[in-house]
Design a protein. Structure first.
Length: 608
């Protein structure tokens, strides 16, 4: 028995194990991915899994998704506000590392790698560019990807919320006879992943020369090629219930002499796709046996091994997300406006170099500390830098959706002798005080906020929300980890029902805050200006329209974002390069604040 036949015989066990495996980590990762457009990446056999994942993402999220190879991603201009998911059985090939690095530099977020190995066995050169690493265990494959394709496909389908049958029939009667020298692979739209799978296997083994087309594109001329080579060609027709009728009618039109293989799954998509992967593997196995070749051990020439190990490295210039691209995206402008937007950036950088910065106002969560680590307090490196700046005489203030917890965190890093001059705007600016002032008395909840609470609580189960009424605001968080920007449209629509509630709705990285119309973080800037500090620099992370830093970063021309920006080219720039964000980028900004003869100045040099 060949190695491939042993692997094929074990597919039912692989499928069963994948069904029983706890894919909660992958499910959580995909919940975040579905908030964005997405690119799914794979090389070799993993490309078929990427095709399946892209189809499922489009069905579930309604957002654009595509599958491509690592080089395909690296050589293209990145999508805006998109996620990247990499599939690799072992995660050790150089192209997977290329894809991760390219995705990171181009600003894809999150960058997820799905492999069959635990993250502890993945190379650090890959993990340093990845936000989330998820395992879908499977036995090790031979030359062709078999078990890993089934395991990852099941994990993806389950994690997207699809029910799969307890068992699938991976072997088909029509897959037991070998293919001819040429193979035409056709199928319906939902069979595209299976078609890619078979085309890949035949191309990698050289057992048959293949071409693919959907059922209707096949009718646009490719039948002539079939007619000219009918004696040496097999037509493989993939189908499931959604395409069975068209597939049957297509086969009926073909000449009786045509060598046709109907590979049909009675299950609906995506179970049909997983089952048809098995049919693809079996028909390649039968073709290999007829040619006395074990496709799992075909024999690899030395140059082939050298090609596999070849790293694209510096041979491929990688696209980096830059300040201009971020502004264009925020403004909804195409890249034809790049030159003008870069000129506006240079004008802003020139102007700010001459500004004596008199005070600094910082957002907290997502800016001074990572959103995911917000409960652990201020980033230690940021805290040390802020203490240094304060001790050198730069007034610093904070503006946050938090309450008293912000005061406690800031007091740990700001020396006590500066508490009386360090201002904080709590509850998105509803309360303004210094670090030295005692907490204000509780303010009775506003009636409009109480009505907002009741409306959101009535929808909390449907939207999977956690809703809390605080002194000056209502905060809503997703129990599934969705971002505030993702929740914002639903929450806004609920509050705008008749009678419309006169409230302001703002998104943070992790929640949505509902506040009174007059509430604004910009009140902190106003307070500082009232103290005679007129040249104020503000830094936040949610500078987009309806973001909870939008008004703060619009209140002064000298504003920066460590994440999302507004459309206004006169302020709210993100100067980061590639993946820089949050506290990491804040530290770069703070390092460019220099004390000189003219006071504090911001000295930044654009890398381009």
């Amino acid at each position: 028995m060949t190695r491939l036949n042993r692997e094929l015989g074990g597919l039912p066990d692989v499928y069963r194990a994948a069904l029983e495996y706890d894919h909660s980590a992958l499910r959580e990762a995909l919940a975040e991915v579905t908030q964005h457009a997405a690119v799914f990446l794979g090389s070799g056999g993993a490309l078929a899994v990427a095709e399946l994942a892209a189809q499922l993402h489009r069905q579930i999220s309604g957002r654009p998704a595509r599958a491509t190879t690592p080089l395909g991603l690296a050589a293209e201009v990145g999508e805006r506000d998109a996620a990247a998911v990499l599939f690799s059985a072992g995660g050790r090939n150089p192209d997977t590392r290329l894809a991760a690095r390219a995705a990171r530099l181009a600003g894809f977020h999150p960058v997820v790698v799905v492999s069959c190995r635990p993250s502890s066995e993945l190379p650090s050169a890959l993990l340093r560019h990845v936000d989330i690493a998820v395992q879908t265990p499977s036995p090790k494959d031979g030359f062709l990807a078999t078990s890993s394709v089934i395991a990852m496909s099941v994990g993806i389908a389950k994690s997207f919320g699809f029910e799969l049958p307890a068992a699938l029939k991976f072997e088909s009667e029509m897959a037991r006879e070998p293919l001819r020298d040429r193979t035409v692979v056709i199928g319906g739209a939902l069979q595209h992943a299976a078609m890619v799978d078979l085309d890949t296997r035949l191309a990698e083994t050289g057992l048959s020369v293949s071409q693919t087309a959907d059922l209707r594109n096949f009718a646009h001329g490719r039948h002539v090629g079939l007619d000219r080579n009918s004696d040496t060609t097999t037509v493989v027709v993939f189908s499931d219930p959604s395409s069975e009728a068209l597939a049957s009618r297509t086969v009926e039109v073909l000449p009786d002499s045509t060598d046709v293989r109907r590979l049909h799954s009675p299950h609906s998509f995506p179970a049909s796709a997983v089952e048809l992967f098995g049919h693809s593997m079996h028909i390649v196995g039968a073709t290999g046996s007829a040619q006395d070749v074990d496709p799992a051990r075909p024999g690899v020439a030395r140059f082939g091994r050298d090609l596999y190990r070849l790293s694209a490295g510096k041979s491929v210039p990688l696209v980096r997300l830059d300040p201009v691209e971020r502004k264009l995206a925020a403004a909804g402008l195409h890249r034809g406006y790049s030159d003008e937007t870069r000129r506006q950036l240079q004008d802003w950088l020139t102007a700010i170099r001459d500004v004596p910065v008199q005070a600094l106002v910082l957002d907290y969560d997502g800016t001074c500390c990572s959103t995911d680590l917000r409960y652990e307090g201020l980033d230690p490196n940021v805290g040390a830098k802020l203490r240094e700046l304060v001790e050198q005489g730069l007034p610093i203030a904070f503006a946050s959706g938090r309450g008293q917890s912000l005061v406690r965190d800031a007091q740990e890093w700001i020396p006590r002798e500066y508490w009386a001059t360090t201002w904080v705007g709590l509850y998105n600016g509803a309360q303004i005080r210094t670090l030295e002032d005692p907490p204000e008395d509780e303010i009775p909840a506003n009636s409009s906020l109480e009505k907002a609470l009741k409306r959101l609580e009535a929808e909390a189960s449907r939207l999977e929300l956690s809703v809390e009424l605080r002194t000056n605001q209502v905060s809503a968080r997703s129990k599934r980890g969705y971002s505030g920007a993702h929740l914002l449209p639903s929450i806004s629509a609920i509050l705008e029902r008749s009678p419309k509630l006169d409230l302001k709705v703002m998104a943070s990285g992790h929640s949505v805050d509902v506040v009174l119309p007059a509430t604004s973080k910009s009140a902190v800037v106003d307070r500082l200006e009232g103290l005679g500090l007129h040249e104020v620099m503000a830094i936040g992370d949610q500078g987009q329209r309806d973001g909870n830093d939008y008004e703060l970063l619009a209140s002064t021309p000298w504003s920066l974002s460590v994440d999302r920006v507004s459309a206004d080219p006169s302020r709210c720039w993100n100067l980061g390069d590639g993946p820089e964000a949050g506290p990491q980028l804040l530290l770069r900004y703070l390092d460019k604040l220099r004390l000189g003869n003219r006071g504090w100045q911001f000295k930044w040099r654009d890398r381009r």
